[in-house]
Design a protein around this ligand. Structure first.
Ligand SMILES: Nc1ncnc2c1ncn2[C@@H]1O[C@H](COP(=O)(O)OP(=O)(O)OP(=O)(O)O)[C@@H](O)[C@H]1O
Ligand SMILES: [Mg+2]
Length: 321
């Protein structure tokens, strides 16, 4: 656009000059060389002025296009409007408003989807725990009674069956627990993170350092669930991708003047970090989406120990509950 306008202006001025040269209107018909040089110099000055004016006029438009290309609704916008002249400023404003609307709509839609997902998980976990879990406990009792009454040579087989049922019962409990962390509802976030970390280090043999604040400001249930799910995904990623030997799981609260205290969750490993051509998958995008819903800010960056650090900061509720 810039070069088109510039070329058009240049053409107009060149034509003007040609008219001046070729017609006897205001230039003497037998123009001397100095006169022509003067005119050419004048033309150059005009073009330079034209160039500078147009460029400064259209630069905000180019910047706007760059920003439009880079916009990702899951990341903080870092939008800096460069309030300029007339239509460009209006375009910037309209684009900014549109982004705001899209962000709000996206946040609402994601909240609805994730809310429904959590509800469904809660239902499945309850079914698993109540129906399947209790039925298997019943089977265990029956087997135990059968074992007492059975011929001695049948007892080892029954004991083996009981062991298998016990193992499966454990699996069912674990799956229900992962689907819906009971501890989060009954014992609070720090306790839930504590048992998450415990299970993690038992299963993976990765040394897990827990750094939990003694006291946390009140949090919305959605924010607590977000912190828990982010910790869960972060630890799963550490186990699956990082080849780390140590991981830190930290939950602290920081005071900032004039504002309610924020709660900060960090999961930092000492693994090899992101491979070169890695792109974010469903897990990390899910984390960003959850953070967006609770107005949190998230950073996924290299950790001090050489691996990856996920840092999520969520605002505490202003009204204490
Ligand atoms: N702690 C980590 N250390 C090293 N690489 C990591 C770590 N966490 C994530 N990655 C890399 O980032 C990629 C994307 O992670 P993400 O959690 O989004 O997807 P995923 O774990 O592959 O799949 P899922 O959707 O099941 O979570 C991973 O495939 C992995 O290569
Ligand atoms: Mg993952």
């Amino acid at each position: 656009l810039f070069w088109w306008i510039f070329a058009a202006n240049a053409a107009v001025m060149t034509v003007g000059l040609l008219i001046l040269i070729l017609t006897p209107i205001s230039v003497s018909s037998n123009m001397s060389l100095p006169e022509a040089a003067d005119l050419a110099g004048g033309l150059l000055v005009l073009l330079a002025v034209n160039f500078l004016v147009l460029r400064s006029l259209l630069r905000p438009l180019a910047r706007l296009v760059r920003q439009m290309e880079q916009v990702d609704l899951l990341r903080a916008r870092g939008w800096n409007s460069s309030a300029t002249l007339g239509e460009v400023a209006a375009l910037e404003q309209a684009f900014d408003d549109m982004l705001g609307r899209l962000e709000a709509e996206r946040r609402e839609a994601a909240a609805r989807v994730l809310g429904a997902q959590e509800e469904e998980r809660r239902r499945i976990a309850r079914e698993l725990h109540d129906a399947v879990g209790q039925a298997m406990t019943g089977i265990l009792f029956q087997l135990s009674r059968a074992k007492r009454r059975a011929d001695p040579h049948l007892r080892p087989d029954i004991a083996e069956a009981m062991e298998a049922v016990r193992g499966t019962l454990e699996d069912v409990r674990r799956i229900a627990q992962e689907l819906r962390p009971e501890a989060l509802d009954h014992l609070g976030l720090p306790q839930a993170l504590n048992s998450l970390a415990l299970r993690f280090s038992n299963v993976t043999d990765i040394a897990t350092t827990l750094d939990l604040a003694d006291e946390l400001p009140p949090l919305e249930p959605e924010a607590e669930m977000t912190l828990y799910r982010v910790a869960q995904e972060g630890l799963t990623n550490v186990a699956r991708h990082s080849e780390a030997t140590d991981v830190l799981l930290s939950l602290r609260s920081y005071a900032s003047t004039g504002r309610p205290r924020n709660v900060v969750l960090r999961i930092a490993d000492n693994g090899h970090g992101f491979a070169n051509d890695v792109s974010e998958g469903g897990g990390l995008r899910g984390i960003r989406e959850r953070a967006l819903i609770v107005n949190g800010s998230i950073a996924i960056k290299p950790s001090a120990a050489g691996g990856i650090e996920i840092r999520l900061e969520v605002p505490a509720t202003t009204a204490s509950r």
